[in-house]
Write a protein that binds this ligand. Structure first.
Ligand SMILES: Nc1nc2c(c(=O)[nH]1)N[C@H]1C(S)=C(S)[C@@H](COP(=O)(O)OP(=O)(O)OC[C@H]3O[C@@H](n4cnc5c(=O)[nH]c(N)nc54)[C@H](O)[C@@H]3O)O[C@H]1N2
Ligand SMILES: Nc1nc2c(c(=O)[nH]1)N[C@H]1C(S)=C(S)[C@@H](COP(=O)(O)OP(=O)(O)OC[C@H]3O[C@@H](n4cnc5c(=O)[nH]c(N)nc54)[C@H](O)[C@@H]3O)O[C@H]1N2
Ligand SMILES: [Mo]
Length: 798
């Protein structure tokens, strides 16, 4: 039966969590872990002597409630601490050809990986291999490359500070800055924008600030699903009198009303109404929105004069620019009434403590960097940085993605390169390395030959799936350090290794005894995380151990890899010497709450920009043009997934059950397009190679934008079967040539759901829709794939 025949649609909900949330969380835990292991695991999540939840990067409150976790945290833990196992027997039974036909949901549900596995050249199977042979093989391939830049060292954001520090040390001591990471696809735009505007690429608020804000504006974020514990903080702010405004093309349940599962009232009552207003903005309209708000603040003389005078530069140019912002452009870009924007502007003007939060709805757009700078402009104008209850709050994704960056997982040499080189006696390479999109180009073009993934699911998480999969298959060696089977194990190089590793929840026993690791949350707080559960197999190594074994084999004993693997305190001692802010690291993480890293604008209104001032910026406003008959498509997360890990097939808050191949479309758009709720359509992505920042990206990469070739017209009435137009390795879509000079990216068999999204805007799930995201369609300045504004055409299947 086709997936969409089982699908059930019940319509969007307006309240999040409460009893159904608790039930879903517990059901997931008991199902995967059993009652005893499940309870044991959940009682340790985010506790002072427990492990950091592998869910999101939202900070832990100081007075942690008995169960400081949420439905989706429980699912994340259950997924990792599952009793199911995918051992060598599983891989003996299932060939690569077989696995190629399975989806991510099926792969993930096989359970934890238990043994190192090798796919030999030409073989259709993974077979067990010893750790020694596996490590020897990687070291051999790396040593044989013509240049270290032919290797790529990818990282996902669950990696601990200790493993991340050693991994970048390994890559750089070997000779490359090729350290692409999931951040390149995630909050890179925030890092770039904030770095330029305020001198540091991190958010400027604490959890206390959120509790005491009087206005919270949540832009392009769906906390009910992706940061459920944030709702508790919003509820608290609300009780303290805050107003909350949601800016989002979709009416997301968690933003409207919240039943706190940690309280009896929340479990049984009607819950708290969170959002006071919801602006159903058009995709990509936020730059225009904040420029208009800026215009009003200037017209109303609402500047915080003393802050602007003392701490900023560029005021005159900013004021002149926003005064001239064109109302028609703002209407077209945002799809909103100016009255509604003015109402929000008045809230900005009259509030004393304002926090703006944002996530992927802002960062994954062509003008993401400019948009975040525009948000910053408004906050600077009102003096909302470095004062209690106010600030900028990019809400990070992966639980340690911010820490990984602090530890130097970045394609540019870190600011502390000199200290790193001195500490370990080598010269840190100065050439910038590849970010994620460049990494794909490098593999595609044969410039990179070895890919190593420290966690993550590169094949599924990245854009332009057909191009990316071919690129990975083009490698001499791919290595995936993973906890569970995923698509990246199937789409592999000539030789491939799967190296199974410990997760957050697992007990990590080394020569010096049980180890803990450290992580940094979205608000720069660093603390310890201790796994306590028995690992799924005695053959797993920790991430630290794997990196150390490879380091020793590849680079010898000049760096004390053995000592590091035996006792993680010795790693932290080095971090303390190399990275500013980590002095006395060991002592500081010994305290239950850990410590907060310095943030000059937050701490003392100090701006470490070249001029010592925060900078207003001026950005040109351009409206995303969509040709007639097309829609703008965003790709987002359902309530039942963690990125590419699919927990289940329901999206409870949006009322979608038993299936994921759906596309949400506004009813008026459906009428205009002559389509109906329930229609099955193929989705074609249209990209002419210039509507993004293609030119800039291509320049930097030194390649033509050939991956982002021209769109073609789907032949009317004859929707392409994948076999005809595209190569479709997964049966899920592709980008194939439809004749000279044309290329069509498409996915097939999506069910239309009539849904209250903004006019002209559609939504579908990541990663199923990733074949539609053109490789060269990236955000200006941050190279983040534009996953939330794809021009598409829906073609009804006959
Ligand atoms: N349970 C769970 N938790 C997670 C994750 C998960 O997959 N599952 N992923 C983690 C990771 S890595 C991340 S980065 C975060 C992601 O957290 P989110 O950013 O909340 O994730 P998305 O599902 O991508 O949701 C984007 C939201 O932005 C809105 N949006 C899209 N485009 C626009 C726009 O142009 N303007 C505005 N104003 N809004 C827009 C969408 O409608 C949607 O509500 O969550 C983290 N936490
Ligand atoms: N179209 C579209 N694409 C997107 C996005 C989008 O919104 N739309 N979002 C982007 C974002 S925000 C992100 S962050 C990326 C995510 O990209 P990734 O971080 O690469 O992907 P994940 O799905 O989080 O990775 C899941 C895999 O990590 C492994 N894993 C889990 N825990 C551990 C661990 O503790 N150690 C190790 N070594 N491995 C572990 C498991 O094997 C699992 O299969 O995707 C991006 N891609
Ligand atoms: Mo992310």
């Amino acid at each position: 039966m086709a997936e969409n025949e089982r699908l059930r649609v019940t319509g969007p909900k307006n309240v999040a969590a409460g009893l159904p949330g608790v039930t879903a969380g517990l059901a997931a835990s008991v199902g995967e872990m059993g009652v005893v292991r499940g309870t044991r695991a959940l009682l340790r999540v985010n506790k002072k002597d427990g492990f950091d939840c592998p869910g999101c990067a939202w900070p832990d409150p100081e007075h942690r409630s008995i169960a400081e976790f949420c439905e989706n945290g429980a699912k994340a833990v259950a997924e990792e601490a599952t009793k199911r196992k995918a051992g060598p027997e599983f891989f003996a039974e299932h060939s690569l050809t077989d696995l190629d036909g399975r989806d991510e949901y099926w792969l993930g549900k096989r359970g934890r990986l238990t043994h190192p596995l090798l796919r030999r050249p030409g073989s259709d199977r993974y077979e067990p291999v010893s750790w020694d042979d596996a490590i020897g093989l990687i070291a051999g391939e790396l040593a044989a490359l013509d240049h270290p830049d032919e290797a790529l060292f990818y990282t996902s954001g669950r990696t601990s500070n200790e493993a991340a520090f050693l991994y970048q040390l390994l890559a750089r001591a070997y000779g490359t800055n090729n350290l692409p990471d999931c951040s390149n696809m995630c909050h890179e735009s925030s890092g770039v924008a904030l770095g330029r505007s305020i001198g540091i690429g991190k958010g400027s608020v604490s959890l206390e600030d959120v509790h005491h804000a009087d206005l919270l504006v949540i832009v392009g974020q769906n906390p009910g699903t992706n940061h459920p514990r944030m709702l508790t903080a919003l509820e608290k702010a609300k009780k303290n009198g805050a107003a909350i405004v949601a800016v989002n093309p979709l009416p997301e349940a968690g933003l409207l009303r919240f039943k706190n599962p940690q309280t009896v009232r929340g479990m049984l009552g009607k819950g708290t109404q969170l959002a006071d207003a919801h602006l159903p903005i058009r995709l990509g309209g936020d730059l225009a929105l904040f420029q208009w708000i800026g215009r009003r603040l200037v017209e109303w003389g609402a500047a915080d004069e003393s802050f602007v005078d003392a701490h900023t530069e560029g005021r005159a140019a900013y004021e002149a620019h926003v005064r001239a912002v064109d109302a028609d452009k703002v209407r077209a870009a945002t799809g909103l009434e100016l009255d509604d924007i003015d109402a929000l502007a008045r809230r900005f003007a009259s509030s004393e403590r304002v926090i703006v939060c944002w996530a992927m709805g802002v960062t994954q757009h062509r003008d993401a960097v400019a948009t975040i700078q525009e948000i910053t402009n408004v906050q600077l104008y009102r003096g909302m940085i470095g004062k209690p209850g106010a600030g900028l709050c990019p809400v990070r994704g992966h639980s340690n993605v911010q820490g990984d960056r602090t530890m130097g997982i970045y394609e540019h040499p870190p600011a502390w390169s000199g200290r790193l080189g001195e500490e370990f006696g080598f010269a840190v390479p100065t050439e910038p390395g590849a970010h994620t999109v460049d990494a794909i180009r490098a593999m595609r073009d044969g410039r990179a030959k070895v890919f190593i993934g420290l966690g993550g699911n590169f094949a599924a998480a990245t854009p332009d799936t057909t191009v990316t999969e071919a690129a990975l298959r083009n490698c001499r060696l791919t290595v995936q350090i993973s906890t569970k089977p995923n698509r990246s194990h199937v789409v592999c190089g000539t030789t491939a290794l799967i190296l199974p590793t410990l997760g957050r929840t697992d007990l990590d026993e080394q020569a010096a005894g049980p180890q803990f690791v450290t992580v940094e949350d979205s608000m720069s707080a660093v603390h310890a995380s201790r796994g306590r559960l028995k690992p799924p197999s005695g053959d797993l190594l920790s991430e630290v151990a794997i990196i150390c074994r490879l380091g020793e084999r590849l680079l010898g004993e000049g760096i004390p890899w053995r000592e590091f693997a035996a006792d993680y305190r010795t790693i932290r001692a080095r971090i303390a010497r190399v990275i500013p802010g980590f002095e006395d690291y060991e002592a500081k993480v010994a305290t239950p709450d850990g410590f907060v890293l310095p943030h000059p604008p937050r701490d003392s209104r100090t701006f470490t920009t070249p001029s010592g001032r925060a900078g207003f910026t001026v950005s040109e406003l351009s409206v995303l043009e969509v040709p007639a008959g097309r829609l703008l498509l965003q790709t987002l997360r359902s309530h039942d997934q963690y990125n590419t890990t699919i927990y289940g097939l329901d999206d409870r808050y949006r009322g979608v059950h038993n299936g994921r191949r759906v596309v949400l479309v506004n009813p008026s758009d459906l009428a205009e397009l002559g389509l109906l709720d329930g229609d099955i359509v193929d989705i074609y992505s249209e990209w002419d190679g210039s509507s993004g920042s293609g030119s800039e990206t291509a320049e930097r990469a030194g390649t033509a934008a050939d991956g982002g070739a021209l769109e073609g017209e789907p032949i009317a009435g004859a929707p392409a079967s994948d076999g005809v137009i595209g190569t479709d390795p997964n049966g899920h879509g592709g980008s194939g040539s439809a004749g000279p000079g044309t290329e069509i990216r498409h996915v097939h068999d999506f069910r239309i759901i009539s849904y209250p999204t903004a006019r002209g805007c559609a939504a579908t799930y990541f990663p199923e829709a990733n074949p539609l995201v053109p490789l060269d369609s990236t955000a200006k300045g941050s190279h983040t794939p534009v996953s939330k504004a794809i021009v598409v055409r829906l073609v009804k299947r006959p």
